[in-house]
Write a protein that binds this ligand. Structure first.
Ligand SMILES: O=C(O)CCC(=O)C(=O)O
Ligand SMILES: [Fe+2]
Length: 311
């Protein structure tokens, strides 16, 4: 097996012509992921079945993404497509806007695009360090409020065994205001810090601020069948996020973005508590098929002290 840096400052790639992905053990995966944030496994013959077994090495606690723009690709629905379509997606922490944010993400390249369609990644620690002092101060002293409106088909994916009363109780235990609308939609607010802490206790820019501009301005990309805007974002006090801060986040994010150029059967493991991800545009006539599995792993969960401090 050949181990080399994936990008200049972050990530590692492991390549093997003969070895099986299933020979990697939990301990080395945890240490590689902690040290490097993102791992590319380029092994020959990594089938979807091998991929699914491999993802069980770190955790058996998987999360199903409830968005309608993803399709189930395994019987239990835990292997899903990435967000469908060919549009670019800006850097984000997966599901940061909810208490269901996974600690890790696994990607599987079932069909690599011929051109474009790279998955993008950026280091949230570098992101934080390179923010202006103003932006750092602002993000450290403000919490973000996300508003989510989830149709019944969505919230049931995240909380399959709960009735409506239990859903409200569960969300209140996570400090969320929550209620149901007459059509069964769940409306709730989730307040959290835009700055997380890594396992090494480093500050980390980790949130869904940028992608909410896409959610709100490019509705068809995320809701093909419904024009109701399902996401909102503001500061915890309801004030809008300053436009110059959003501009700084967009510009800085792009300047520290790396691209994963997929090959068939590649597997990528990403620490969602530290690394942001997104994707580049690709032409609609290009075939691209990337699958994803998302999981909770106790070792990779670091509660942000800032939320606790703010009560
Ligand atoms: O298509 C990709 O590479 C990633 C898209 C994405 O961010 C997602 O589906 O979570
Ligand atoms: Fe994503």
């Amino acid at each position: 097996m050949v181990q080399e840096p994936l990008f200049k400052n972050i990530g590692v790639s492991l390549k093997s012509e003969q070895g099986s992905i299933l020979s990697m053990d939990r301990k080395s995966l945890v240490s590689l992921l902690t040290d490097h944030g993102v791992i590319l496994f380029r092994f020959k013959n990594s089938t979807q079945e091998a991929f699914e077994s491999f993802t069980g090495v770190l955790s058996d606690s998987f999360i199903k993404h409830g968005a309608k723009v993803r399709k189930a690709r395994s019987e239990d629905g835990l292997t899903q497509t990435v967000t469908e379509g060919h549009a670019a997606i800006v850097l984000h922490t997966e599901l940061h806007f909810s208490p269901f944010s996974p600690d890790i993400m696994w990607f599987y390249c079932s069909k690599a695009p011929q051109e474009g369609g790279e998955t993008t990644v950026a280091d949230g620690v570098e992101f934080y360090n390179r923010l202006s002092l103003n932006a750092k101060n602002f993000l450290n002293s403000n919490l973000i409020k996300y508003v989510n409106i989830w149709p019944e088909s969505t919230w049931r994916q995240y909380m399959p065994n709960m009735n409506k009363k239990q859903v409200i109780k569960f969300l209140r235990s996570k400090n969320c205001e929550a209620r149901f609308e007459a059509d069964g939609s769940l409306v709730y607010e989730y307040i959290t810090s835009p700055i997380g802490l890594t396992h090494g206790q480093k500050n980390c820019f980790s949130n869904s601020i940028a992608i909410h501009q896409q959610y709100m301005n490019n509705v068809p990309l995320f809701q093909q069948d419904d024009q109701k805007v399902r996401h909102g974002i503001s500061l915890a006090n309801g004030q809008p996020i300053p436009v110059d801060l959003i501009a700084e986040i967009m510009e800085l994010g792009e300047s520290i973005t790396h691209e994963i150029k997929w090959e068939d059967q590649d597997i990528v493991l990403l620490d969602n508590t530290r690394m942001l991800h997104g994707r580049r545009y690709y032409n609609p006539d290009v075939v691209r098929d990337i699958l994803v599995r998302m999981a909770k792993v106790d070792q990779f969960r670091v509660e942000s002290n800032k939320v606790n401090k703010a009560g």
